[in-house]
Design a binder for this molecule. Sequence first.
Ligand code: RUB
Length: 343
Amino acid sequence: MSLDRGQRMSNMKNPAYNRVVAIAEDIKAMRIRGAGEIARSAVEALLLTAQNSTASNPRELVEEIENTARLMVRTRPTAVSLPNGIRYVIHRVREGERSRADVKSLKEVAIKACREFIENSRTAIERIGEIGAKRIRDGDILMTHCHSLAVLKVIETAWRQGKRVKVYATETRPRFQGRITAEKLAQMGIPVTLIADAAVRYFMNEVDRVIVGADAVSANGAVVNKIGTSLIALAARESRTLFFVAAESYKFSPETMFGELVKIEERDASELISPSELKYQNISVANPSFDVTPPEYIDLIITERGIIPPQGAIFLLQEVFGVTTPEELEEFQTYELREEEPV
Ligand code: RUB
């Protein structure tokens, strides 16, 4: 995968190198997926790198960790949780290096930062479950899209509190993550109906609340989530159905405070149709994996710090990432400027 030769050679000395590459490949191939899990796995790769490093001095250790970070940010471009997780660790490691820590204590700094991020991100999901469940009423009919751990936690918590909800889960083509959602809900005994993505408007009048996850939240409160989310938001708005987003604060995109736009991942055409089934050479296939729901279509965003209106995204970003400079953001970004998809 895309490290230059020198970086690769230097990291291959690390006994965990193959495991680190396997994590990157799993993220790319979506065996590891969902913004939260992607971030935790990327930080897990940094943890493995730090734990197994045989670096003889602090600089070598920092370079190894940075190389793993570079490998990770090139896997999937849209989930901002990934660069945010990486920056969390790198920031602390560099601070440690600046304070002239020796290689042993710098290793400890790195390990502590990785564990902290992973632990905090899990606690954040629990908190979102508690906070979000307050906005679910007994008897509510819910609709969700794709497979989001944050959303599942909200529904699970409400259910455990005795709120008898029913859920419509969209299939979520082309990768069918909605089937995972349906299975997870069914395992918890929650009534769930799997529907085609195209059936969303057909059922929308019955629905009390739509709740989806996020891969990125921008400074203006727009939410980037699985392709099809913005169409569901449109249908919800038309029928005056509330539209909620469940997103941990590490999914908020600091770059967007400086005018960057979120990069939308374009996945392989074969996810839609195999080349052998495509009868005419002149049919092109487009497969964007995410879309952008504008803030006007979103009633509230449930974060572990509390519920905010989408217009409050900028304040949360300033609180969480206020000290970060554009230069610091640039280094591990997965973002690029695009004219056609303003966020
Ligand atoms: C997953 C997706 C999820 C968000 C939030 O897309 O769009 O809604 O990532 O998930 P993909 P979570 O399957 O392409 O990764 O709440 O688990 O972080």
